[in-house]
Design a protein around this ligand. Structure first.
Ligand SMILES: [Mn+2]
Length: 368
């Protein structure tokens, strides 16, 4: 596995590149031009500026997260070809600096959703928290208004100008079924994947977070079955996935270990994090350690080791610890601890099994 670290850019992240440099085994930055709205072409000079920044510290910028998809593409609107053309231009610009993987998502309207950025864990650290009752009982417009006014509610990815268009977006999606959304994804992939093949950049779709229907909007990236279906929409190795253990793992029927074996040829990017699930559907993010949450992070890393995974990995969200002042979920300390846990597991499996003796035939014995 090749360890990378998400960085939001100069002036947009509390973590410095000099700090990331001191985390063992981190070889590259996961980046994006976060100030650009979905649908715009990423200018070549801005892409090259990131490359120069990373070069100063010896990091590669192979992985981009995310190049967001314009709603017109997800809706299948008349103007979608214009935005697909822009996407293709961005892919061509990213190829000039050696980008290898683009993570993206296909969630209508909302990016990921939580109800509390600073949910309290028993050790007094805080983390992102999702309370299902709060989401269920709330009108989406009300929720969005609370986001602006109340720091207890947040949905990163929301810009004020998008809030104004929310009503229009909801009515636009009113008659879009899951099947329609899947067709729109297929249309997009059919246009873009040949370009990816030409420029040697792999697409990696991120699962919906959380992976269930919210506010009656369609959702198509939630289960192993759907991920498999998506990889077959255009049957190319360049049409792949970001296997996010935390996003998928909050749905109890999702077995991350089984998914790793089933989707192994199409996993181009792995997000590894743990979550504590509660019976009522709430969840809170925890440290990466297996026994701190509900997911078998040890078995997940073991599965990656067994398949001989050589793709990119990043720790996902971390807790906020040691009074760190940072972006929610993206502090330095807990993600660095997470990386050391992942390396600890990886190195141990490497020592025990030896890469040459990896037996992939007994892969499902770790099913949980
Ligand atoms: Mn993720």
């Amino acid at each position: 596995m090749r360890m990378v670290f998400r960085w939001f850019g100069e002036g947009n992240d509390s973590v410095k590149l000099s700090q990331i440099k001191q985390i063992p085994g981190v070889e590259g930055l996961v980046w994006a031009l976060h100030d650009l709205p979905a649908g715009e072409v990423w200018p070549l000079e801005r892409v090259q500026a990131i490359k120069r920044q990373a070069d100063q510290f010896g990091f590669h910028i192979d992985v981009v997260e995310s190049v967001n998809i314009h709603e017109s593409i997800k809706l299948g609107s008349d103007d979608r070809d214009y935005y697909i053309e822009n996407y293709i231009k961005t892919i061509q610009h990213l190829a000039t600096v050696g980008v290898k993987v683009i993570c993206y998502n296909f969630m209508p309207v909302f990016d990921w959703i939580r109800t509390d950025l600073f949910g309290l864990l028993p050790d007094q650290s805080t983390a992102l928290f999702y309370e299902s009752d709060k989401v269920r009982d709330m009108d989406p417009l009300e929720l969005v208004q609370k986001i602006a006014a109340n720091p207890d509610y947040t949905m990163p990815g929301w810009e004020p100008e998008r809030l104004e268009t929310l009503k229009g977006l909801f009515s636009a999606y009113q008659n879009v079924t899951n099947q329609d959304l899947m067709h729109h994804l297929k249309y997009f992939l059919e246009k873009v994947i040949p370009v990816c093949e030409e420029y040697d950049i792999k697409l990696a779709i991120h699962p919906d977070d959380p992976p269930w229907e919210i506010f009656t909007l369609p959702r198509i990236v939630t289960t192993q079955h759907q991920l498999k279906e998506i990889t077959q929409l255009v049957d190319s190795p360049y049409n792949g996935i970001t296997l996010c253990s935390g996003a998928l793992g909050v749905l109890k029927e999702n077995n991350i270990v089984t998914m790793i074996y089933d989707l192994r040829d199409r996993i181009h990017f792995a997000h590894i994090r743990n979550v504590q699930l509660f019976d009522n559907g709430d969840f809170i993010e925890t440290s990466h350690r297996t026994m701190d949450g509900s997911l078998p992070i040890d078995q997940i890393v073991q599965a990656y080791h067994e398949i001989g995974y050589t793709g990119y990995v990043r720790p996902d969200h971390g807790r906020h610890i040691w009074n760190e002042d940072c972006r929610p979920g993206y502090g330095l300390y807990d993600r660095a601890l997470g990386i050391m846990y992942l390396w600890g597991l990886w190195d141990a499996y490497q020592q025990i099994r030896g890469k040459d003796e990896v037996d992939v035939t007994n892969s499902l014995q770790f099913k949980r």
